[in-house]
Structures are given as C-alpha cells and as structure tokens.
Design a protein around this ligand. Structure first.
Ligand code: FAD
Length: 309
C-alpha cells in the first residue's frame, strides 16, 4: 500500500528549511511504487516531481500544487571497483563505503549532502572531482520503462546533465567505476582532507543549500575587462571566476533580506534563520545577480534548483 501524505510540508524536505506544502507527498521504495505514485498523480491530473535530499532546492512559499515523490532506494553494492548505488543512497555514505572498500576516486563525495539521484541530476562535484568522472551508467524510469543511460548519454556538463531537461525521467541508480587504491590509507587521508577543507571554508550549523550560483565561466574576450576590474590572474587563466568571490567583491557578504542572509563565511552561500521565506532568498539572489552584473558585467547563473518559484 502506497504511503501517501496529504499537504506534506516541503520545508522539512529542503535544507534551506523554507517553502510551502505539496498537495501530496509520496515516499516510494520500489519501481512498482514509483509507477503507482505516477498513476496516482495522473489520475488526479496533478503535476509530479521527484526530489532527493532537498539540498539543492528552493521551494516556493506556496509549495507545489501536485505530487512530490521521493525515491528512497538506498541499496549499495560494491563489486570489485564498481559501486552501484540506489538513487536514494546518501552521497556521503556512498563515498564513505567506497573509501572503506579501498577504492579511490569518490572521496570528494563525502562532503556533498543529498542523494546519488540529486548528485547525478546536477553532476555534483567538489574539490576537483565530479560525478562525470566516475559514472559509467545510470538506470532511469522514463515513460513507464526502465532504461540505461551510458555516461555519454547523460551529457554531463558543469553542474549539468541531460536529466535537467527531462523532468519526468526518474533516476533509479548509478554505477560508478572507481580505482583500487595502492594503499588503503590514501583514500582515508584524502577524504579527511576534503572534509577538513569544507569545515574551514563553509558556514557551519546554519541551514543553506550550498552554493547558490555556478562559478562564472568566462570567454577569452572578457578577460581584459575582468582584469581591469581586479579579477585575479589565476581565475582568468582558468577562465572561471568563483561566484563567491564576485559576490564578496560586490560587498554583499552579510546582506540580509528578512530571515535570509548572504553568508559572511562564503559569499556563494545563502543561509536562513527561522522565519525566512523563499521570497527572502529569491530577493537576495536577484540582488546578487544585479550587483555583480553592474560591477563586473557578468551574469550569475543559479546552481540551485527552483520548485514552483
Ligand atoms: C552545505 C551544503 C554543501 C553543498 N556542497 C556541494 C558541493 O560541494 N558540490 C555540489 O555539487 N553540490 C553541493 N551542494 C548542493 C547539493 O548537495 C547537491 O547538488 C546534491 O547533489 C543535491 O542532491 P539532493 O538529493 O539533495 O537533490 P535535491 O535537492 O532533492 O534535488 C535536486 C534536483 O535533482 C532532481 N532529483 C533528485 N533526485 C532525483 C531522482 N532520483 N531522479 C530524478 N531527478 C532527481 C530534483 O528533481 C531536483 O531538480 C551542497 C549543499 C549544501 C546544503
């Protein structure tokens, strides 16, 4: 029997802790339950969306006028250097298990909140690694059928994948190919390093959704102008300027709107206090876009996913 919740508060399913209710919320554990959930939405003529851990998500204050489905398959199988993880598996737990199995290549995942489904969807990445580096295939439920997408078919890009344009493709599982570490202590040390770096550079103990914007990729022709604006040479050489740096230089660290704030610790993080609304966060997003465009002539693009806002 499908577990259907009416008027499910989405704030508790989003790490920002804001947003209204979904008309219905369904936690599905099997493909059959996913199909039942979709049939439920179709019969009621309601839109539906699948979410993971809600750690990259801005939910509208009015919520979602339809059915939100969570696919909670957390299966994890490690065979040789292959890691097969259910879409509901916690990314950090998959990273930890791969390290314990003596595998290297996914240590960076230890610091990324959310699920494997969300990580595949957005080609999550950190400290030099990204899903694209390890995913060999992704199993997906699409139009009632289970299909396998090869890594090439996933069309991974910078915080991007084909799934961003396929809102009704449900990621079921991902197969990652890692490497056996020459020395088992290596991955453990690397994972520790990843976690320590995050502790040093990110706000602690406050709700957020990680980085709000993608770092800005710049074309060669924009380099002279950005150099004149004081953008450091290492960013220009990489043709990528951290959004947090641009926001900091636009003097926006600490900017407050209602219960939301641009973190003083990391300019690309927005953090919330009790009482914050999605509208507060959206206003800060607009402010950052406006000020950065005015000061540097570049456009910030959102990394976070919006739901009904
Ligand atoms: C403190 C903090 C630090 C962070 N650091 C990083 C970082 O270093 N690097 C990074 O890349 N991200 C980072 N993030 C953002 C976030 O953790 C990642 O984007 C994460 O992979 C999102 O996974 P999720 O399960 O929470 O997805 P959700 O937020 O639930 O969903 C994101 C998108 O994925 C889709 N989706 C989720 N599951 C499925 C599925 N099974 N099938 C189809 N679509 C699905 C949703 O529809 C939505 O569009 C951080 C977030 C926080 C709060």
């Amino acid at each position: 029997m499908l577990d259907i919740k009416e008027n499910e508060p989405l704030a508790k399913h989003s790490t920002f802790g804001v947003g209204g209710n979904a008309l219905f919320g369904i936690a599905a554990h099997t493909v059959a339950e996913l199909q039942e959930a979709i049939t439920f939405a179709d019969e009621k003529k309601l839109p539906w969306r699948v979410l993971g851990g809600g750690s990259n998500l801005l939910v509208s204050d009015v919520g979602f006028p339809g059915v939100i489905i969570w696919y909670q398959n957390r299966d994890l199988l490690i065979e040789g250097n292959a890691v097969i993880a259910g879409a509901g598996a916690i990314t950090a737990a998959v990273a930890g298990a791969s390290v314990r199995a003596g595998l290297t290549g996914f240590e960076w995942g230890a610091g990324v909140p959310g699920t494997i489904g969300g990580a595949v969807h957005g080609n999550a990445g950190a400290t030099g690694g990204e899903m694209k580096d390890s995913v060999v295939s992704v199993s997906v439920l699409e139009n009632g059928e289970v299909k396998k997408y090869s890594a090439a078919e996933c069309k991974f890009g910078y915080r991007d994948s084909v799934f961003k344009n396929l809102p009704h493709a449900i990621i079921l599982s991902a197969t990652l190919q890692l490497a056996h570490a020459a020395d088992a202590a290596g991955p453990v040390a690397k994972m520790r390093e990843v976690l320590e770096y995050r502790i040093k550079t990110q706000p602690k103990g406050v709700p957020s959704s990680g980085c709000t914007f993608k770092n800005v990729e710049i074309e060669e022709r924009a380099v002279p102008q950005l150099r004149a604006f004081g953008v450091p040479e290492n960013f220009l050489a990489a043709h990528r300027v951290p959004a947090g740096w641009l926001i900091e230089k636009a003097n926006l660290k600490g900017a407050v709107q209602g219960g939301a704030k641009i973190s003083e610790v990391h300019g690309n993080f927005m953090v919330t206090a009790p009482g914050a609304t999605a509208a507060d966060i959206a206003a800060l997003i607009d402010l950052a876009k406006e000020k950065v465009a005015a000061q540097f002539g570049v456009q910030l693009h959102e990394e976070i996913t919006r739901l009904n806002i």
